[in-house]
Design a protein around this ligand. Structure first.
Ligand code: CDP
Length: 806
């Protein structure tokens, strides 16, 4: 080796593999406005669909007259439920085992529900047609309050299910009841509460919010009558699931359906399910023989396609006098709207909510969730969260603060006393989850030291004293949150969608020149998959990341996968990618042994090559081995260098984080300023620290929006009053605080590269942290819990209730 020969470390750096802040390759097209989104698609002869929607929250449909709409120049067809019935598509199955109207059949169950689909030569003509569809309604009593859904005399939401005593998840207790789902040990929990020194009980609401991706839901359906084939381009987070569900619903054979998800502008769970717009576009294409585009507008997106949360939780904690938790109990009413179209793994009607014991060592725990129907839009998706983990984290983190307050303990000290200890991992929670790895105390202590927590509390004390003396009208709040996530759905023993196990896949082909392509069953919506999967391959195979193309979203080319949501891409497809690489590497090793005329075992891996043990000058690089795989394989070996892996994870991964927030609240206006927000995340092995930071920034911004102002609100008549960005708070760079990010690294012991998911952590941990900060500001005045969202008006009202306005 001469001085010019690059060292192993130099060669590794050049690959831009795991740990490198590699620039996002997809941004080359995105920052130039050259992304290829569904609405960029223009096909000759393409028609446009637009939807007639219900102005009422609950009403019987007496008559629909489409004659005037059909007469508008350019209108080609108008679909109603009666038309859809002729092809047996008036109702469609949901992922949650319910049935959902595609177009209103007999009555409408929530405002803006789909009533008719107008197809025209142009968007404008379709919109004109929508205006002229005449619908005669007879209004019915409305219920938008989940707490009243199961009372006597509540309006019957689902007449089709009225007399059904069994639902998809067991017995129903009321005509508006969907399911009951329980976890934990009730008897042990009740016993622990009976002998507890101290208990708290609080009603904690996580309001209905919406993922509101920048690009709304949309599709183009094109049915080829000659071949009997359907091509569907769309904003799909899970293209293969859409193909399978599309085939089951439409009866078009699955191999004749081609689903393509091009670039997607944010998903956050909103783009997982199947919507009426998709079905109508498909039927319209079959009926007209032409491609049909459907693009949702903002109001339609906010008010009809999949909402999130709407969990109403009665939470209790039991503890000893000196602050050791002994049990937790939680009863929840989940408002699923008019149809149960919740996107959960099949066995989990309340998602992974039983992670609600959080990061703490609870000896006993129990939770019970009742799902109910109301006159609201259906959905209940994992908005930047793993199937209800966000609701769970909010619930436990608020409750821990309330208990600390009752015990007169500092909330951070109370957490430190109860966090699961490092030596307890792998830790089995009272709900039966096995947390894979963690070092919570190191994370919490690092967070507290980084913000100088002690000094902040001293400053707060001085401010509180000054407030009591009437010298200031400002309150300071310090929010602490420690969360544990459960991501990577999922092990097939626990998770499936409509019976399909929730594995995921990667297929890698290395070309003769040492470049390659990796195709996956996941689908990026902005997370940077094209960049990061290539980094895994770079490290595993010793080929530069720039030499690997990553392709997702085309069901004809990608291996079957369950898609991207719930931060499952890294835990599941990231693992599949590493495992596929290892198959390739094993073959490359045999080729190297043949070429170097040694036994396989005499070779060792060194960054980008196999070298002979004890004789490092004799080696074959991966690029050389790729070439050899196509012309010089050992006798009897198949040529080529490719592999596929379907990865069924042995467990979920459990990322976690310690967040601290400081707010200053003007009690006379309710104005809340976020002075500081510090987020420490542990997502195991870090693939791309820059992308992780971007994910944290984005998720914290969403958390800020949710905690400080968002709510999909309905008035008592069922009108959705926050269906545009005029009324629904979407933070811009102007309102968004500065984020301080930090990390620790505790690899997952069961993941091939030790990585856990990260994308949703900041949303999960951020919301309780903001809420704890606002609540903490008022806690010394005797306030225990102020409901989200903490907009200025509600905060002003909280101050008013505490008598702070004189
Ligand atoms: O499923 P989704 O892509 O939404 O979530 P994820 O698996 O948490 O990944 C989000 C982004 O962060 C991807 O680009 C990952 O490759 C990256 N990431 C990372 O660099 N290191 C990790 N340990 C986890 C995720």
């Amino acid at each position: 080796m001469n001085d010019m020969t690059p060292t192993s470390a130099e060669r590794a750096e050049k690959l831009e593999g795991m740990g490198c802040k590699r620039k996002r390759v997809e941004d080359i097209r995105f920052v130039q406005g050259k992304g290829n989104y569904v609405d960029d698609l223009k096909i000759p002869g393409m028609l446009y669909g637009d939807i007639v929607r219900s102005p009422h929250g609950h009403a019987r449909i007496k008559k629909i007259d489409t004659a005037k709409a059909a007469a508008v120049p350019g209108v080609v067809a108008v679909l109603t439920a009666d038309v859809l019935k002729t092809v047996n598509l008036a109702w469609m199955p949901t992922l949650a085992g319910d049935m959902q109207m595609v177009l209103a059949d007999g009555k409408v169950l929530y405002q803006n529900q789909e009533v008719a689909f107008v197809v025209a030569e142009s968007r404008e003509a379709a919109a004109d047609g929508v205006e002229l569809v005449e619908v005669e309604y007879e209004q019915l009593p409305v219920n938008v309050d989940p707490m009243k859904a199961m009372t006597d005399g509540a309006p019957t939401i689902r007449e089709d299910l009225k007399d059904k005593t069994d639902g998809a998840h067991g017995k129903r207790k009321h005509y508006n009841h969907i399911f009951s789902w329980a976890a934990g040990d009730k008897a042990a929990t009740d016993a622990a509460f009976a002998k507890a020194d101290v208990t708290i009980k609080e009603f904690i609401v996580y309001p209905r919010v919406h993922p509101c991706p920048l690009e709304t839901c949309q599709c183009v359906a094109s049915f080829d009558k000659i071949k009997g084939e359907l091509t569907l381009w769309g904003t799909f987070q899970a293209p293969h699931v859409i193909r399978t569900v599309g085939s089951l619903i439409s009866k078009i054979p699955e191999h004749k359906i081609h689903v393509i998800a091009p670039d997607i502008g944010g998903g956050f769970g909103n783009k997982v399910g199947a919507y009426s717009g998709y079905i109508c576009a498909i039927v319209a294409s079959i009926v007209t023989g032409r491609p049909v585009k459907w693009v949702e507008d903002r109001i339609e997106n906010l008010s009809t396609t999949a909402f999130a949360r709407d969990f109403h939780m009665e939470m209790e904690i039991a503890a000893t006098k000196d602050g050791k938790v002994t049990a937790m109990r939680c009863y929840t009413i989940a408002d699923h709207g008019a149809f149960d179209a919740c996107a959960n793994a099949t066995k989990w009607p309340a998602g992974l909510f039983s992670i609600v014991s959080g990061s703490y060592d609870f000896p006993a725990a129990y939770c019970l969730v009742d799902g109910v129907y109301t006159n609201k839009a259906p959905g209940g998706v994992a908005y930047r969260c793993s199937f209800r983990v966000t609701e769970a984290a909010y619930c436990i983190e608020r409750a821990m603060d309330i208990m600390a307050q009752k015990l007169g303990m500092d909330p951070a000290e109370f957490r430190l006393k109860n966090l699961i200890r490092r030596e307890q991992f792998p830790y089995t929670s009272a709900f039966g989850w096995q947390y894979d790895s963690g070092d919570y105390h190191t994370a919490m202590n690092k967070a507290m030291e980084s913000v100088n927590y002690k000094k902040l509390r001293e400053e707060q004390k001085q401010k509180r004293d000054a407030f009591k003396r009437g010298e200031t009208r400002e309150l300071m709040g310090i929010g602490v949150a420690f969360f544990t996530e459960i991501v990577g759905a999922g092990p097939s023993r626990a998770c499936d969608i409509l019976g399909i196990a929730m594995f995921d896949s990667a297929e890698i082909r290395i070309h003769p020149t040492g470049t390659g392509i990796c195709r996956l069953g996941t689908k990026s919506q902005g997370q940077g998959h094209e960049t990061t999967y290539a980094q895994i391959i770079a490290t595993e195979l010793g080929l530069p990341a720039d030499n690997i193309m990553v392709e997702e979203g085309n069901t004809d080319t990608a291996p079957y996968g369950l898609g991207t949501y719930g931060s499952r891409s890294t835990p599941v497809s990231g693992a599949a990618t590493a495992m596929a690489c290892r198959k390739i590497k094993a073959k490359a090793q045999m080729i190297a042994a043949y070429m170097l005329e040694v036994h396989d075992d005499d070779l060792e891996w060194d960054v980008d090559r196999f070298r002979v043990k004890g004789n490092p000058e004799r080696f074959k690089t991966m690029t050389e081995l790729a070439w050899a795989a196509y012309h010089e394989v050992p006798p009897g070996m198949e040529p080529g260098l490719e592999a596929i892996n379907y990865y069924d994870p042995p467990n979920f991964t459990f990322p976690y984080g310690a967040y601290i927030c400081v707010v200053d609240i003007d009690v006379d206006t309710g104005t809340t300023k976020v002075r500081r927000f510090y987020a420490l995340d542990d997502c195991g092995t870090r693939i791309n620290p820059m992308i992780i930071e971007g994910q944290i920034h984005g998720g914290l911004t969403e958390a800020f929006g949710i905690a400080m102002g968002q709510e999909i609100h309905y008035d008592d008549d069922g009108n959705v009053t926050t269906a545009s960005f005029m009324d629904y708070f979407l933070p811009t760079a102007v309102e968004t605080p500065h984020w301080e990010t930090d990390w620790t690294t505790t690899p997952s012991p069961h993941h091939p590269i030790g990585a856990k998911g990260v994308g949703e952590s900041p949303n999960v941990g951020g919301v309780p942290c903001f809420s704890n900060a606002v609540n903490d500001a008022f806690a010394f005045l005797g306030s225990t819990h102020i409901q989200m969202p903490h907009d200025h008006w509600r905060t002003w009202t909280a101050a008013e209730k505490l008598g702070l306005h004189g």
